[in-house]
Ligand binder design. Sequence first.
Ligand code: NAD
Ligand code: TYD
Length: 355
Amino acid sequence: MILVTGGAGFIGANFVLDWLATSDEPVLNFDKLTYAGNPENLEALAGDDRHVFVEGDIGDVEHMGRLLSRFQPRAVVNFAAESHVDRSIHGPEDFIQTNIVGTFRLLEAVRAYWEPLEGAAREGFRFLHVSTDEVYGSLPPDAPAFRESHRYAPNSPYSASKAASDHLVRAYHRTYGLPVLTTNCSNNYGPFQFPEKLIPLMIINALAGDALPVYGDGRQIRDWLYVKDHCTAIRRVLSDGVVGEIYNIGGWNEKANIDIVNIICGLLDELRPREDGESYRSQITFVTDRPGHDRRYAIDARKIERELGWRPAETFETGIRKTVAWYLENTAWVDRVQSGAYRAWIDRNYGERNQ
Ligand code: NAD
Ligand code: TYD
């Protein structure tokens, strides 16, 4: 079996669902169930004994050690993290604890489990660390896209904490020989994404008749990848990646935030027109920028294509249409994730921004 951490979150849940849809190898899903972890994301697996869910913290070495010796996984895929830049600006502590200290403790538990293994179990074991393109910092408009050799220059508490975790993973390979793989991926979007992030926030606010808050001038650029393509890339790296290597993953799809918001409005105008006949675009509002806001990320994903034969299956046009349709169809999920704690976050993050 494989052990997945953070498998009740956005990407982790998509990964577990896709894994069990394409393989019969069981998954031990270990998640702390923070505000971002949602067991409802895994509802389709109810009664499926290939999926074992355990609530816990990657920083709890004893708990992880017990699970590793009991279940003897052949691989660990580490998604568990605090993942939202704006939250890291308001409160960096959780990011340091989970992304840095938690990853360190997880590495310690995994090292203690892996070191005494012998033969094929030791040779074949993998620790795959899921990371982000944000560790590379901000690119000038005409600079080439990030390659795996790009220097690290993180600018937010989130990206700095992920950068630190990447360095620890690298060090555990160099120093202890732990068979690690690291992936650095661009912005994901798709089903089950918590609506604090740009794309689901815009869909949900648009439908609720609320303002669509675009930070600064909206010309910041991100590369966007449909989440299921990220999951296939991780599966390829896990099965065929070279130990100790880093693989950048991206969608070959750089877009400015304001263009993303306009595309979402256009799709909603088509699929769920406003009763007054106006376009959802009339709800767009430019608000105070994010401090330290990175201007541009872009991923050069040629290495994973050349060495492992992976390319994204979705274009942005197909992926965003599926995503908007998913949020329109899954109204119960959407309603439930907007709890009191979610409303408190929205008030905190947007209340103090000027229009
Ligand atoms: P998410 O915030 O939706 O989910 C994170 C999950 O980790 C949640 O289920 C949460 O309960 C769990 N978790 C948090 N702290 C934990 C802890 N201490 N112990 C155990 N579980 C814990 O995040 P996501 O968007 O699914 O991102 C998953 C991973 O992918 C992260 O490592 C993130 O840095 C990386 N990543 C995300 C993106 C993106 O666009 N979302 C892009 C590239 C890389
Ligand atoms: P986000 O989804 O938070 O991802 P990240 O910061 O990790 O790239 O934001 C994506 C982009 O959208 C980023 O440039 C910030 C911007 N943004 C807004 O303009 N308004 C918003 O309300 C949010 C959440 C993000």
